[in-house]
Design a protein around this ligand. Structure first.
Ligand code: PA5
Length: 441
């Protein structure tokens, strides 16, 4: 078993009655998800995706990744939100933070509107061979659309229109949206985001798989881990740890623990936390309710956020990701003089020390009234990460239903867009513009 959940440092905060009432509800949520009778059921294609995916397209993804690795020093992945975070999360977990270890470097664009970021990237790629993967399910999202307009021009200037085409890969809806029309008109190779898979649940579609494969991460193993998780987390009971996690976080929410902090002890998992934050924040934060998802990397953030978690407002709980076996084993050596006083650590690996920091912190936070669940993973491998992705996706669907919201829509995201379009003078938003202008006077 690659993933294990421990609730030892949470139990005292919850009553048996509370857990048993949620336990009854979870069974109904399981049925809603699997029988497609719950809200947002049109977007539950991710549940069976690890086995029920387009095998022909999967082959094309691998072939395209191989071609990109031959064509390009840099792959620019353009996308935002669910069309960005999953790929970045997985790639970062397998990327060496200092050395270039893959043929093609994957960089990200279109996840902000910063001119400085864009200019810096344009300088970085000027003398490099470049390929582009632009990703947008709706095909109309402003940030990636602006980025792609600029990069398309760069590519056509650098390679000529005809040759640039062979270096541009599009991932979008099978028929709708401006990006789809553009891809058809220009003749770009295109990959499809299934209708029934929403952005934040799409990392195991071409959205995540193409960039991940370009980064030389084994996508067969990733899918294998996810399909094993699909079987493992199918059981309709609290022995199912995925459901147990969903139940416990809802129970904690009910006793006033309104913020969940995902804690990792490996810096390579920072973007995994960002992916998780989007998954839970966009799925549950609606109808004026939902746990607020936050994240920290320890021990780094013990020296910044640790004080608050130990001693600030008591509305927090933590979900700690513990990696049992590190991919590296550096041991602290004995020093004759021991001027730094660290000889008591001689012979211990950094991993052992990290593990003790984890346990010591969990216990200190528990004593300070911040409970923790611990999710232990054997090691960071594509197969285990496939399992972890599926674990969190399924727990999120169940948790959203337990909370009583539709976990598969994101109506609140539209509001800032309407204002931004109005302020930028987009046709069709004239009335809104007048309203905003009169309010801001
Ligand atoms: O989860 C979601 O649906 C969103 O975060 C989207 O992924 C994000 O808004 C980007 O949308 P699109 O892929 O349509 O450009």
């Amino acid at each position: 078993m690659a993933i294990k959940l421990s609730t030892k440092y949470v139990e005292d905060f919850l009553s048996k009655f509370q857990l048993s009432s949620l336990q009854k509800k979870v069974s109904a949520c399981h049925d809603m998800l699997h029988n497609k009778t719950g809200e947002g059921s049109d977007f539950t294609g991710w549940v069976d995706l690890p086995v029920n995916y387009d095998k022909e397209e999967f082959g094309r993804i691998k072939a395209a990744a191989e071609r990109i690795r031959k064509q390009a020093d840099i792959l620019i992945v353009i996308g935002i939100g669910g069309s960005y975070l999953g790929a970045r999360a997985v790639i970062d977990m397998f990327k060496d933070p200092f050395r270039k270890t893959t043929k093609t470097e994957v960089v990200f664009l279109g996840q902000n509107m910063s001119s400085e970021y864009m200019e810096s990237l344009l300088h970085y790629i000027i003398d490099k061979d470049v390929a582009v993967n632009v990703i947008s399910k709706s095909g109309t999202t402003t940030e990636p659309a602006i980025a792609f307009r600029i990069i398309k021009e760069f590519m056509e200037r650098k390679y000529g229109k005809e040759y640039a085409k062979t270096r541009i890969y599009v991932t979008t809806d099978k028929e709708k949206g401006a990006l789809k029309s553009l891809a058809t008109t220009e003749g770009y190779e295109t990959f499809v985001i299934p209708d029934d898979v929403g952005g934040r649940y799409s990392v195991l579609t071409a959205v995540g798989l193409l960039p991940i494969a370009v980064a030389e991460i084994d996508i067969d193993e990733l899918m294998l881990g996810a399909s094993e998780a699909r079987t493992k987390y199918m059981e309709n009971s609290l022995d199912n740890e995925c459901y147990k996690y969903a139940v416990y976080r809802n129970a904690l929410y009910k006793v006033g623990k309104k913020t969940e902090i995902l804690v990792n002890y490996e810096p390579c998992m920072g973007y995994f936390t960002e992916w998780w934050k989007q998954l839970y924040g966009e799925s549950e934060g609606k109808d004026h309710k939902g746990i607020f998802p936050a994240g920290v990397t320890f021990t780094t953030d013990l020296h910044s956020m640790g004080q608050y978690i130990q001693d600030g407002r008591r509305e927090l709980f933590e979900t700690v990701i513990k990696i049992k076996n590190s991919r590296s084993e550096i041991v602290v050596r004995e020093d004759m003089l021991d001027l730094d006083g660290l000889n008591y650590l001689a012979g211990k690996s950094m991993n052992e020390i990290n593990e003790k920091a984890l346990l010591g912190t969990v216990m200190a936070h528990y004593d300070g009234n911040t409970p923790s669940m611990i999710i232990e993973i054997d090691e960071i491998s594509p197969r285990n990460i496939g399992e972890l992705i599926y674990f969190f996706e399924k727990a999120c669907g169940i948790s959203g239903y337990l909370l009583g919201v539709n976990p598969f829509n994101q109506p609140g995201v539209e509001d800032y867009k309407k204002n931004m379009f109005a302020l930028l003078g987009k046709p069709g938003y004239e009335e809104r513009r007048k309203e905003l202008e009169s309010k801001s006077k």
